[in-house]
Design a protein around this ligand. Sequence first.
Ligand SMILES: [Fe+2]
Ligand SMILES: [Fe+2]
Length: 296
Amino acid sequence: MNAQKLDRIRPRIEALEAMPTIQVIVQPLVAMLQLPADQVDLEKVVELVSYDGTIAAHCLRMANSPLFGRGNTETVRSAIMALGLKRIEAILMGCCLNGIVPPDKWAFDAVTFWRHSLGCALVSRQMAKLIGYPDPEKAYLAGLLHDLGMLVNTLACTEDFRKCIQAAREGHVALHRSEEAHLGFTHCQSGKLLAEHWHFSGDVMDVIEFHHDEVVPPAGGPLVALVHLSDLLCRLRDLGYGYYEAMGVDLGGDAAWATLVEHYPALANMDLARLTMDIDGSMEEIVALVDVVFKP
Ligand SMILES: [Fe+2]
Ligand SMILES: [Fe+2]
């Protein structure tokens, strides 16, 4: 990593604070995300969701999606009740982040980015439930935010990031490898800067920083491993970054799988092919959901 190059984007991160959405929604939301669901004030969440009409519309569309097993939710309050406070907080965070990137700034297609992020959120939650991870909603949030650094790169070094994506696309290489070569830092490192600045919780910050590491660092634990595997599954199943990546993946041989088995020994007997098939069964719905929520 080139620390000087990374330092150059710090002022851009600080400049984000001037945006009303950040001050009014993101900051209170980050504080709320640290609280257990029973300590979150419903009225405050209703107020945050209702602040911006586009965000409220996204939440309603999501609440009405069959993937969440709901329908006919017409008000923000009933959407919150239907989806649950923790889920709404995560959705709200995604919608706010979508709103901070001006449409002409996207270094790659916004729908592609959200398909990947939301896909990863849903797969992480599904995998969390399948393996018995105790907080599936935390897995959802971590999956949704794991590539936060791509938004940072988009905002802080738009042109260089565009070149970097172009090079990755032409060379069929993973985006973080192209970032290392062309930017001198990756979205994992730039994402961590923003996550620190916004005081994200330590476990989500670890996911943002370490989700592409070959070996999951002990501090990261099972959540990093879970999101790492979900990210791989999404990239293998056409929910990646919108281009073909030449990668040979053996999920069972991946160090992240070994980390999960260490924490959940029962997994050693689980059929990995079955697990991926279960997840594959949801892919179509995931794509449809993202299109409903994020397509203009
Ligand atoms: Fe990533
Ligand atoms: Fe990713």
